[in-house]
Ligand binder design. Structure first.
Ligand code: ADP
Ligand code: MG
Ligand code: ZN
Length: 477
């Protein structure tokens, strides 16, 4: 983007709630079941079928509201949002409009300016639509399993300024949702979706520019890419003296471009009106207090605890607590090793490297955390060297055996017996007279080479400190 402009971004984030059943009926809310098996007259929109609100969905939504510092409205109202689409059999979606459940919160995110507050305008509850599946033969099929599943929509104020901040904000929401255990945060499967509203204005200008809305970005990377594309596009139009048309764009990840989908609808187009089949939702102070009591430790609290309890550096604590499952992994690993920093190092380098390479989540990582802890304890106790530990780690990726068992069976334990190492030292000194001579004439660098040879002789199992010590003694004779 030309230096002249500043981007203004606001996100609408939909999070699918992990309730057992749907929002207004008792159909299962499970993802991935055969199409059209979790349906009933209510979620198929049969005339006369009446919705009954899911209490758990309300509690989850309130929990999110509390976690992002929102005011919880004692009374909120459901509304019909009318539109036609083949995946919406009722012809309207039950949502909340004028009186949402939560309002006026904020989250703190990391940004180029250090920290930034993004204000939350509102959080409301709504039901999802079904899902259209466009097959290769040009047919469109509809699966109503998703119809009526509970969502919360989290709407931010236009406080975001860069694509990186947008993705950081989204990551923060994902972290909070997964720590609360109310959404699985899976963007590929669509349990976490995001629409981005974006405009540009001259730097220093107060007035907001005309915005467009970009939909259909199913990863953090795509959110950033789509926003970069759209900022660029708007800046070019303004540079050419043109005007931005308010419209809805669809991000095409295959071609890296945003395409116009439809003119922007206004809220009055939906003819919102209060849902006549549901009474206003009333929440008592006692109920809110009860929900508060179920609030788990959130990421920022857990990070503070990691700093204090495990004396980890800021960076480590940040990475480890960024994902609940990763923090859980760490805490299980340290039940077997009190060398907290070593456990952190192993997770951040070796474990996450495998997860990235194999494109798997920490939940799918094959080594149980307790076993990793045990492996690290073996190093701390001097039972194996760090180098051998890497080999054992490789083995553990493919075997359910404990590290102790592997070390035992493969006879990998470190040699700390001086007489055995002494033998190897003497052998190497005999085999490499030239290098020994070099050392004696002051070229101390060859020590490294000789240590390497002794390690090789002992198949990497000799205690390196002991090798150094014995070798030096022998060379100085
Ligand atoms: P609508 O209901 O039409 O989608 P909202 O007022 O609820 O409109 O805003 C939707 C999102 O768009 C919010 O996240 C808001 O912060 C953002 N937004 C509003 N105006 C602008 C603008 N001019 N530029 C960028 N984002 C904006
Ligand atoms: Mg909108
Ligand atoms: Zn149903």
């Amino acid at each position: 983007m030309t230096e002249k402009y500043e981007a203004v971004i606001g996100l609408e984030v939909h999070a699918q709630l992990l309730t057992e059943t749907k929002l207004f009926c008792s159909c299962s809310n499970k993802f991935g079941d055969p199409p059209n098996t979790n349906v009933c007259p209510v979620c198929l929109g049969h005339p006369g079928a009446l919705p009954v609100l899911n209490k758990k969905a309300v509690e989850f939504a309130v929990l999110m509201g509390l976690a992002v510092n929102c005011k919880i409205n004692k009374k909120s109202v459901f509304a019909r949002k009318n539109y036609f689409y083949p995946d919406l059999p009722k012809g309207y979606q039950i949502s909340q409009f004028e009186e949402p459940l939560c309002e006026s919160g904020f989250v703190e995110i990391k940004s180029h300016a250090g920290k930034n507050k993004v204000r939350i305008k509102r959080i409301h509850i709504e039901e999802d639509a079904g899902k259209l599946i466009h097959d290769r033969g040009g047919n469109s099929l509809v699966d109503f399993n998703r119809s009526g599943t509970p969502l919360i929509e989290i709407v931010s104020e236009p406080d975001i300024r860069t694509p990186e901040e947008a993705s950081e904000y989204l990551k923060t929401l994902r972290t909070i949702l997964t720590y609360l255990g109310i959404c699985d945060g899976n963007m590929e499967e669509g349990s976490l979706r995001c629409d981005a509203n974006i405009s540009v204005r001259l730097k220093g200008a107060e007035k907001l520019g005309t915005r467009t809305e970009v939909k259909n970005m199913n990863s953090f990377k795509n959110v950033e890419k789509a926003l970069r594309f759209e900022i660029e596009r708007q800046a070019e139009i303004l540079d050419d003296g043109g005007e931005i048309v308010q419209e809805t764009l669809l991000w095409d990840a295959d071609n890296n471009e945003a395409r116009s989908m439809r003119g922007k609808e206004e809220s009055h187009d939906y003819r919102y009106f209060p849902e006549p089949d549901l009474i206003p939702l009333k929440i008592s102070d006692e109920w809110i207090e009860k929900i508060k009591d179920t609030m788990p430790e959130l990421h920022f609290k857990r990070k503070e605890r990691f700093l204090k309890e495990y004396l980890l550096p800021e960076y480590d604590a940040e990475v480890l607590t960024s994902e609940k499952a990763l923090a859980d992994y760490f805490e299980k690993a340290v039940t077997n090793s009190t060398d907290y920093k070593a456990v952190s190092n192993w997770i951040m380098s070796e474990v996450l490297k495998v997860c990235n390479q194999e494109k798997i989540s920490i939940q799918a990582f094959p080594i149980p955390p307790e076993n990793l802890g045990e492996l690290i304890a073996l190093i701390s106790k001097g039972k194996i060297s760090g180098k051998i530990a890497k080999d054992v780690f490789e083995e553990m990726l493919h075997s359910p055996k404990s590290p102790g068992q592997i070390v035992e069976e493969k006879n990998l334990a470190q040699i700390s017996d001086s007489s055995e190492i002494q033998k190897a030292v003497e052998k190497i000194i005999n085999n490499f007279p030239a290098q020994v001579e070099q050392f004696k004439t002051g070229k101390e660098k060859v020590l490294g080479f000789l240590v390497g040879q002794v390690m090789r002789e002992t198949k990497g199992k000799a205690n390196p400190q002991l090798v150094n010590k014995l070798l030096l003694e022998e060379l100085k004779k």
